[in-house]
Write a protein that binds this ligand. Sequence first.
Ligand code: P71
Length: 441
Amino acid sequence: MTTPEERAEAAAAAGYNTFLLRSEDVYIDLLTDSGTNAMSDRQWAALMLGDEAYAGSRNFYEFEAAVRETYGYQHVVPTHQGRGAEHLISQIAIRPGQFVPANMYFTTTREHQERAGGVFVDVIIDEAHDPVSEHPFKGDVDLEKLESLIAREGAGQIAYVSLAGTVNMAGGQPVSMGCVRAVRALCDVYGILLFLDATRMVENAFFIQEREAGYADKTIAEILKEFCSYTDGAWMSAKKDSLVNIGGWLALNDPQLFDEARNLVVVFEGLHTYGGLAGRDMAAMAVGIAESVQEDHIRARIGQVRYLGELLDAAGIPFVKPVGGHAIFLDARRFYSHLAQDKFPAQTLAAELYLDSGVRSMERGIVSAGRDPQTGEHNRPRLELTRLTIPRRVYTQAHMDIVAEAVEALYAGRDSAKGLVMTYEPRYLRFFQARFDRPGG
Ligand code: P71
């Protein structure tokens, strides 16, 4: 716990960017659910069985078996985390000038696609950009948008379809099984590859079980494996669903593409049997993969996010509906309806929430969206959101009560917020290290 004076000092020193705060100055840390999960006793035990051989660690084979068993892909290389895998797949599967259609962007994913010369195209359904739409599968692809891109550019100009489970920037919104089947069918017609960002795919499986006809009696594990079976491969940040502090992977069914991945991984990550991880990290990941598909675990996890959503809803706080898998996304446009997007309302909300309560959140709006690589202008996303992200197996219901009270108090005083001015803008993924001034602060 900190005093308001201490937080004022810490926030100013951090340039009002929550990524630049010291964790010791944070009371309840809802920055991210990435690598911040509590490992289980079994995962900690697995750490102690690390086989730290340079090549062919026993833990690699445990990890490989876990990915095959749970996700169903044939071949896998470990990477240090998700973006390591994004780097590899982008370098392997994108030729400069090719288009990469996706169900909304993710920051690191698009960065790697663009660095490989790809042109990102958003083909998610319109409802995804609307915070009040209660569509049950706001992560779905709009097939007409995808088909018209293929018709306009030609199938040979499409690198691959980049499909993400529970779309992060849309509010943790799921993709339906009907959608992935339809995208697969379309890709088959045109001979286009379909790759999955499986980072929060277990949470996606939960929503399919709950909402999609024909899946109520299937297990999370069955649904996950069926979904993956429609795709040609996947990349993963294991720091989310798989309950580890570090780790990721790239899986591919095609032996030739896999051959390239296994070769390229040694340049950027490490040998193909460790990919930038210690043996113990792969051991913990193998256990985490198995734990992640336990029905009780996933129900409790999403239930906790919903609990916070219910408290905020009862207080009339605006946030993205329906509640997604990993976070509550406060709608900063409605929260601070007097602030123009150039005043960075979502960044402001994250800063003010910290100043007021010590709760750390993350901007997911215009700062995160960066600039258009062609024009240099700000990308202006319709969604201007501040994410309250719930780590897995870490916080209690009482913590959620405190967070809800903090947000309610801030909402009551919302008219006094004046916005922020960006004073330092890094070239890549600017949101991580950008700095701001707080007029009158
Ligand atoms: C999250 C993160 C971590 C993060 C990344 C970038 C900005 C802020 C925070 C990481 C993801 C993700 C999806 C869908 C790939 C990655 C990269 N998310 N796909 O949400 O959510 O994985 O962080 O392991 O490199 O806080 P990586």
